[in-house]
Design a protein around this ligand. Structure first.
Ligand SMILES: [Zn+2]
Length: 326
């Protein structure tokens, strides 16, 4: 009886996590051979559903308490439940799988002609079309725009709204998760990212004031919105310029830093003691010093931070601090 209850509890915990990731890399990933630099129709694919809003980007911080934090690694494209999901790219159906158990976690994966793997997650199993099911069996192609299924009804709300969505991942030949924004038609997006605050970090924790000694870093809380007023996502790119030196890109999410490993480096790019990312909390607090050597010379320093979303909306803010010698 106790075992049974424990099983129920753990199933229930799993159901709370929207994008449970696989425990191991599927063998079919070997079929991918795409290279972005050779892609001829990047940015020209139709969206698989009518977009209500973007729920998460590939860079979004995810920490649901059970298991390790991870980068979201694909796009959550929010849509109405029951809406048709259309293949964005033509190709071969290389996988149909329930990757985590339960009715929410069905995947259809299509290998397009240029070698990119498109993973459509959260397709309702009962709605999968005969065409897609038989194409998986026979190896037949399916064309772009073909219906592959419908958006599953998502049982959990987030910020007061149902979270029906298709989670779209795209993998290249090096098994790197790429930003689906690079492949899909441009979305009209006029929301400019907001730099909420910038401050000092000491031992990976927020330091009050603007003076620091010894090793340190700098955090920035930067939020953006895409067609929504509450579903905060991080920026696509961040550039910093320190003490008048040439600008340096410290954050660029065209691909995931860990390739196919969505957990790798997430606690380096983000500040775990300050960031959150679950159904009720979204706070992208980014560590600017992780990939960049911050000045250690004593005296006053100044940085100019430029944050942009994928559509190119950009915001700028500066920050000054003192380094004191011992
Ligand atoms: Zn997702």
């Amino acid at each position: 009886m106790i075992i049974f209850i424990t099983m129920l509890l753990s199933l229930n915990l799993h159901a709370q996590d929207p994008h449970l990731h696989r425990l191991s890399t599927p063998a079919y990933y070997e079929k991918a051979f795409g290279r972005l630099e050779n892609k001829s129709n990047a940015g020209q694919h139709s969206w698989p559903v009518n977009v209500l809003s973007i729920g998460h980007t590939n860079a979004s911080y995810q920490n649901y308490g059970s298991g390790a934090p991870y980068f979201h690694h694909g796009l959550d494209i929010r849509a109405n439940a029951g809406e048709s999901v259309l293949a964005s790219a033509a190709g071969k159906v290389v996988n149909i799988e329930n990757y985590m158990g339960g009715p929410l976690y069905w995947e259809i994966a299509i290998l397009d002609d240029q070698g990119f793997l498109w993973q459509y997650h959260h397709v309702d199993r009962n709605s999968m079309t005969q065409e897609v099911l038989s194409a998986f069996k026979t190896g037949a192609r399916i064309e772009a725009g073909s219906k592959i299924g419908e958006v599953v009804k998502w049982p959990i709300t987030s910020f007061g709204e149902r979270y029906h969505h298709i989670h779209l991942n795209i993998l290249d030949g090096q098994k790197k998760f790429l930003s689906p924004f690079l492949f899909l038609l441009p979305l009209q997006d006029t929301s400019v990212p907001v730099i909420n605050r910038i401050g000092l970090l000491k031992n990976s924790r927020e330091l009050s004031g603007q003076t620091v000694r010894g090793e340190y870093s700098i955090y920035a809380e930067i939020s953006d919105l895409v067609h929504h007023d509450k579903f905060i996502v991080p920026p696509h790119s961040i550039e910093i310029e320190i003490d008048g030196a040439a600008p340096h890109v410290v954050w660029l999410f065209e691909s995931l830093p860990g390739g196919a490993n969505e957990e790798a480096l997430v606690d380096d790019f983000y500040v775990p003691s300050m960031a959150c990312g679950d159904y009720s909390c979204r706070r992208p607090v980014i560590d600017l010093g992780f990939q960049f050597k911050l000045p250690v010379a004593s005296g006053r320093h100044k940085l100019i931070l430029k944050a942009s979303d994928f559509a190119g909306n950009t915001t700028v803010r500066d920050f000054e601090w003192n380094v004191e010698s011992f």
